[in-house]
Design a binder for this molecule. Structure first.
Ligand SMILES: C=C(O[C@H]1C=CC=C(C(=O)O)[C@@H]1O)C(=O)O
Length: 361
């Protein structure tokens, strides 16, 4: 089978691009190519920083309903590892709590960064198969980052549970996730953790910021927006989450899935509230996030498409041995620094498992 340049799949099926006929490092030329009919579809990733380079490509061949192979991860060995220390993350959380106290932000999502050097190279297609094997409750994705300057040969790969936006005709769907509890090995303790999450006022507040932001951004574009009053529980292999299915009907069908992705990303599920103050605080405390916490997806010439929030993912270096990954959590007034550290450790498990590495101790 020819190598893909883009894959997005759920339950083993999805869409796939092969080869690349054009690349764009910004949304505007990609949008123009779709509108002019010179690109039947655009695939790829937008970074967390909306001003940073994007990695968008026009595939040579494009297909829907492409089966995605699932395969257990092959055990790997680490040659080197760096990880934001727990104490440093806890100190950043305390700095965020001080900013919340001062009224600069109401919510901010902070992440730890890991860099892993593997003993042996791993092919992007094998990582996709590994994410597919371990990723129930998530959409599996892989996108070449070739089109972004300085990212030749690199890939963004992961298993994200969070749908940023899907557009099918005039119907817009978002499925924001925010508010988390690590899964437990014991089934009774696991159910108790889920029920506790559903009642947690800290997590419900953290979730509400995301829903409010999406409602505000969608309202001017839609003739109707349907937002359930309360979130529901969703799970991945590693985490319980609060999630809200949102549906809207576009007033203007020239607004494309790519337009919506660029407008909505980053939501307060990965940034914060207010957006600009939160992203400035993230940059100050963490430094650049690259493609983590951006969005990854596709948009066709009819304007339809699907974009995921780029979480539970990793950036694979051009040598296929160097890996960067991030895992974050939302900080609100009642957040506890130690619990936030534990949450990032649990969220790192998705990328670690796909790579065939043991969980972080
Ligand atoms: C920022 C991440 O998760 C987001 C999505 C779901 C739940 C989240 C939370 O509970 O903080 C985050 O908003 C991440 O996985 O790195």
């Amino acid at each position: 089978m020819p190598q893909p340049s883009f894959v997005l799949a759920r339950d083993g099926h999805g869409c796939r691009g092969e080869g690349v006929t054009a690349g764009f490092d910004a949304v505007a030329p990609a949008r123009a190519a779709l509108a002019a009919g010179s690109a039947p579809v655009v695939t790829g990733a937008l970074g967390f920083d909306t001003a940073a380079a994007a990695a968008l490509t026009v595939p040579e061949r494009w297909s829907h309903s492409a089966p995605l192979r699932a395969h257990p991860p092959r055990p790997a060995r680490l040659l080197a590892e760096t990880l934001t220390p727990a104490a440093e993350h806890a100190a950043r959380v305390r700095a965020a709590l001080a900013a919340i106290d001062a009224g600069t932000v109401a919510k901010v999502v902070l992440a730890r960064q890991a860099e892993w050097t593997l003993e042996s190279a791993v092919a992007p297609t094998d990582l996709l198969a590994a994410f597919a094997h371990i990723g129930p409750g998530a959409a599996i994705f892989g996108a070449t980052l070739d089109a972004a300057p300085g990212h030749a040969g690199q890939w963004l790969l992961g298993a994200s549970p969070e749908l940023l936006v899907r557009r099918a005709g005039r119907t817009v769907t978002c499925h924001p996730y925010a508010g988390s509890a690590p899964r437990q090995a014991d089934p009774v303790a696991d159910q108790a953790a889920a029920q506790q999450l559903l009642q947690s006022s800290k997590d419900l507040a953290e979730h509400a910021f995301v829903v409010a932001d999406l409602r505000t951004r969608l309202a001017p574009l839609c003739v109707e927006v349907d937002v359930p009053a309360r979130p529901v529980l969703m799970s991945t292999g590693e985490m319980w989450h609060l999630a809200t299915p949102i549906r809207g009907r576009l007033a203007d069908d020239t607004v494309t899935a790519l337009d919506l992705a660029a407008l909505l990303s980053p939501t307060p599920a990965v940034g914060g509230t207010p957006t600009d103050a939160a992203t400035a605080l993230i940059t100050e405390l963490e430094g650049p996030r690259e493609f983590y916490a951006g969005t990854v997806g596709w948009c066709d010439a009819a304007g339809d498409g699907e974009w995921l929030v780029s979480i539970r993912c990793l950036e694979l270096g051009a040598d296929h041995r160097t890996v960067r990954a991030w895992a974050g959590g939302g900080i609100v007034a009642d957040s506890d620094p130690d619990a936030e550290v534990a949450e990032t450790t649990a969220k790192f498990r998705t990328a670690r498992r796909a790579l065939g590495l043991d969980p972080i101790a």
